[in-house]
Write a protein that binds this ligand. Structure first.
Ligand SMILES: Cc1cc2nc3c(=O)[nH]c(=O)nc-3n(C[C@H](O)[C@H](O)[C@H](O)COP(=O)(O)OP(=O)(O)OC[C@H]3O[C@@H](n4cnc5c(N)ncnc54)[C@H](O)[C@@H]3O)c2cc1C
Length: 430
């Protein structure tokens, strides 16, 4: 929408509203004009909630990966908008209640740091918790996951976004996406809000690559996906940041759309209710929706195979490390297959870039990978590291007026290092 059209529309709306309301003295203006102090972004909100946001980088999905991508883009100087359909940041880490991110270490060294680690570390410190000693190799992989207080984590993520100049739009999601000469026009909807976003780059961090799907770029999906889990607590009060919540599998849980999520919510809650009745214990805590393990993955410029993953392939265009057992949940449970001693997989930039996509990059569990590789790559520390790499790449692509695939790798690595991330081959001693 051109500015002049918008102004005309606003004027006519002003007239009709004033007419309808009888032009009472309280109504001095039906428009709000706000200039973002940090981003310099101008927003014009009309009476019917119509807004135009012009930014460099649009991050869709403020979950595990998206929060980090947005903070990174903001810190690197990009005008950044983060659109999240829920009411808080953190995604599966907060809304799903899976508040024990891993793994930031492998074989006695820290292998993922940067913004995700900063947020985890600071939220644990503020909560008076303890951090694992990464110089010790644990007997079981999960011992070095870091329990976080999901409530603090979400608020601190929001604080870091604000400090980085990232504008957050909760309760909104993209409805229509159109190519423009230098990027995208993304029409988003929220209740009482219609937002037109003009951006140079999109970072799709929706978990299931929703934006990639809207653009009709190819995605992969299994016929039968891993179950989700509904997290809750009966008996004792929930002690956030200390223990883990109880979990019940929700088979068929699918994060694809409002209908499938509604079904998963109701199935999960029904199972919890049955459990409460069976155990005759008080329900002390219940997450607002299940955690979803698996839905769509992109078909990227390369697809990480399980052989790549279990052999610790060092990709030429690796942007971050990843570490976790191969971990497929089925109807009969889960049997993690740990990686062999010394193996440290990497994630290549090309696995974050949808094949034939321009001006779009993804981060999170939807990365381009086969199912078994994905079962290890989807964990939170890896998602955070991908988020930081995607935030850096989208920012550089926006600055250079190019595509994520064309950004020189050396520039991506340099900016990642400047922002505290660990570049593959350079693991710190933690
Ligand atoms: C039950 C369970 C147990 C797990 N256990 C562990 C574990 O022990 N350790 C570990 O590290 N990992 C674990 N994982 C894996 C890990 O938590 C997830 O794979 C990871 O958090 C996914 O991150 P993400 O950023 O891809 O997606 P999410 O964190 O889910 O974020 C996606 C975000 O996008 C938003 N969104 C989606 N669609 C739209 C849209 N159209 N518009 C706007 N916003 C949108 C969502 O609301 C959400 O906030 C577990 C996962 C589950 C489900």
């Amino acid at each position: 929408m051109k500015h002049s059209e918008q102004t005309d529309r606003r004027d006519s709306l002003t007239h009709s509203l004033l007419g309808a309301a009888g032009a009472g003295p309280a109504i001095t203006s039906t428009t709000d004009v706000a200039v973002g102090a940090v981003t310099g972004e101008t927003q014009v909100a009309t009476a019917d909630g119509e807004i135009t946001s012009e930014v460099d980088v649009l991050v869709v999905g403020g979950g595990t990966a998206g929060t980090i991508a947005a903070i990174q883009a903001g810190r690197a100087g990009a005008k950044t908008l983060l659109v999240e359909r829920h009411s808080q940041l953190g995604g599966t880490t907060t809304t799903g209640g899976v508040a024990f991110p891993g793994l930031f270490d492998a074989w006695g060294k820290q292998i993922i740091a940067g913004i995700g680690w900063e947020l985890v570390r600071e939220s644990v410190e503020l909560d008076g918790g303890t951090l694992p000693d990464f110089s010790k190799v644990p007997q079981r992989h999960w011992e070095n996951q870091v329990p976080v207080n999901m409530f603090l984590y979400g608020i601190m993520a929001e604080e870091k976004c604000t400090q980085a100049g990232v504008q957050i739009a909760y309760y909104e999601f993209p409805q229509e996406i159109t190519k423009t000469a230098d990027g995208w026009q993304v029409d988003c909807a929220g209740f009482g809000t219609r937002r037109r976003v003009l951006c140079k780059q999109i970072v799709d961090c929706t978990g299931g690559a929703e934006v990639v799907g809207m653009l009709k770029l190819p995605r992969l999906r299994e016929e039968e996906t891993q179950p989700g889990s509904m997290l809750f607590q009966t008996g004792n009060a929930n002690d956030p940041g200390r223990g883990q919540l109880h979990a019940l599998y929700v088979h068929g849980a699918d994060s694809s759309n409002s209908r499938t999520v509604t079904r998963a919510n109701m199935t999960g809650r029904k199972a919890v209710l049955a459990k409460v009745r069976e155990e005759k214990q008080r329900l002390m805590h219940l997450q607002p929706e299940p955690g979803f393990r698996e839905s769509y993955r992109i078909v990227g410029e390369t697809i990480i195979t399980v052989d790549d993953y279990t052999s610790g392939r060092q990709f030429d265009d690796a942007v971050c490390n990843a570490f976790y057992p191969v971990d497929i949940h089925t109807k009969t449970g889960v049997r993690p297959a740990p990686l062999q001693p010394g193996v440290l997989p990497t994630i290549p930039l090309r696995a974050l870039i949808p094949k034939d996509g321009r001006n779009i990059i993804v981060a999170g569990r939807c990365l381009s990978s086969d199912r078994l590789a994905n079962s290890g790559l989807r964990v939170q520390a890896s998602c955070m590291a991908m988020g930081q790499a995607a935030g850096v790449t989208a920012t550089l692509a926006a600055q250079h007026g190019t595509t994520p695939l064309s950004v020189p790798l050396a520039e991506i690595h340099k900016l990642l290092r400047e922002h505290g991330a660990i570049v593959p081959g350079e693991a710190s001693s933690g």
